[in-house]
Design a protein around this ligand. Structure first.
Ligand code: IPM
Ligand code: MG
Length: 369
């Protein structure tokens, strides 16, 4: 029974493939525990069995009208798309990119920090030196899907992938990135580019960055070539805060960022429609990890952290902070580390620990209050 006046968030859960089927239910359990502990909102989850198994049965990763089923939701919690027996471009374009592009989730946001207890491979990097958010253009650029192949199988075969950059697309991602940088304490934005080699689209990208910067006089910003950016991330991590980059550049940089922060297994992401015309989608970036799927070994922290991003998007800031505290308490505890972090704990153990901490946090706050 719904309590009077209590907000209910309708969330689509799409586990997808591989360990997505383990970490998404774990994420749901944690979000339900959080809602119970907070007491001022509810979650109503609807699960969708789309992905590789669905493809084997129906010949498509998700139904043709699948987006209609998601349209009315407040957000989407996604696991991963990828199947060892189906080509990657089919699983990816048939599900995840279909949702990202169908719902014009043009801002992909990837926060990276070194969580307590996690060791960065960078010997000289202190925890406070690495606190980044990478904003990835998520709707066009190198992933626009424009291109084709002719003369297939013949010696004269030709293939193209055209990087499409639109003025509207670049303006809106720049504006989003400047606004995000403005909301963070350092008010610092680094625009990643490659306009020395790519003379058209990247030059327009730079011009538009300059143009949009005039709307944000209180944000300090600079420009860096993508190759030089990798060096800066490794050798001067504290010189960066918010970054904005094209779809492909940010894809590469965000893996480097996650690795430098100690683990790809715990990194979260949000595919955001900033205008809120459509539901936004939150997911761990780790992928399907077939080698460990179905064994209860997957690290659910990336999904929990994605849940924090979802709560922030929904405006539940206090709940987001509470979940982040529980996540950090878990990463700080060696007994609660999964194998990818050198520990022995399983998915269920970590999930139960976070649920317990959320309830304790409640008790502590009640005592404090
Ligand atoms: C990511 C992933 C995907 C991407 C893969 C699975 C195609 O690497 O989200 O970063 O490149 O977008
Ligand atoms: Mg990637």
């Amino acid at each position: 029974m719904k309590e009077h006046g209590m907000k209910t968030y309708r969330i689509a859960a799409i586990p997808g493939d591989g360990i997505g089927k383990e970490v998404v239910p774990a994420g749901q359990a944690v979000l339900q525990a959080l809602a119970a502990a907070q007491g001022n909102f509810n979650f109503e989850f609807t699960s969708f069995d789309w992905g590789g198994d669905y493809y084997r049965e129906h010949g498509v990763m998700m139904p043709e009208d699948g987006l209609d089923a998601l349209r009315g939701m407040d957000a989407i919690l996604f696991g991963s798309a990828g199947d060892p027996h189906i080509p990657d471009h089919i699983t990816l374009w048939g599900l995840r990119l279909k949702i990202c592009q169908g719902f014009d989730q043009y801002a992909n946001v990837r926060p990276t920090r070194i969580l307590p207890g996690i060791k960065s491979p960078l010997g000289r990097c202190k925890r406070e030196d690495l606190n980044w958010v990478i904003v990835r253009e998520n709707s066009e650029g190198e992933y626009s899907g424009v291109g084709g192949r002719v003369h297939q199988g013949h010696p004269i075969e030709v293939a193209t992938d055209v990087c499409m950059m639109t003025r509207v697309g670049v303006e809106r991602i720049m504006r989003f990135a400047f606004r995000l940088a403005q909301s963070r304490p350092r008010r610092l934005l680094t625009v990643v580019t490659k306009s020395n080699a790519q003379r058209h689209a990247m030059v327009m990208w730079d011009e538009i960055a300059l143009q949009i910067s005039s709307e944000f006089p209180d944000v300090a910003w600079d420009k860096v070539l993508v190759d030089a950016c990798t060096d800066r991330m490794v050798n001067r991590p504290a010189s960066l805060d918010t970054l904005v980059a094209t779809n492909l550049h940010a894809d590469v940089l965000s893996d480097l960022a996650a690795a430098l922060a100690g683990s790809l297994g715990i990194a979260p992401t949000g595919n955001i429609d900033p205008e809120r015309r459509y539901p936004s989608m939150f997911e761990p970036i780790h992928g399907s990890a077939f080698d460990i799927m179905g064994q209860g070994l997957a690290n659910p922290v990336g999904t929990f952290w994605s849940g924090v991003m979802m709560l922030e998007h929904l405006g539940e800031v206090a709940a987001a902070q509470r979940l982040m505290r529980a996540i950090e308490a878990v990463t700080a505890n060696p007994a609660l580390r999964t194998r990818d972090l050198g520990g022995q704990a399983g998915t269920e153990e970590v999930t139960n620990a976070v649920c317990r901490l959320l309830a304790q946090d409640d008790a502590q706050q009640a005592i404090a209050g």
